[in-house]
Design a protein. Sequence first.
Length: 134
Amino acid sequence: MKKIEHIGIAVKNIDEAEQRFAKLLNTLSYKRETVESEGVVTSFFKTGESKIELLAPTRPDSPIQKYLDKKGEGMHHIAFEVDNIDQKMAELKQNGFVLINEQPKDGADNKRIAFIHPKSTGGILVEICQDKTK
């Protein structure tokens, strides 16, 4: 794992959350993107070398909507940048981690992503991501 790439925060209303975080971080969101396959709209903020990703549901069956229904707004996941996601996934499986995804999938912000199940990380949803250009 190279670095913390971003922290994902589940929100009910993307517009309100963008305004709140723009004030908090004293910067505007640099990118808003809908990921249809996940039923989510994302908004990214850069702070130092890291990013904050706001995630709001676009449909009732979205994983983010299910998260909000169960836990409310708040930290959803932590994402780590990797050089080779396929290799990292194999290494994680070999070391006993349970992956939610068997294959990497397309995510927001030009990334290939996969998630590690919280039951194998002490209750934290962990995402690994690789820039698609690598």
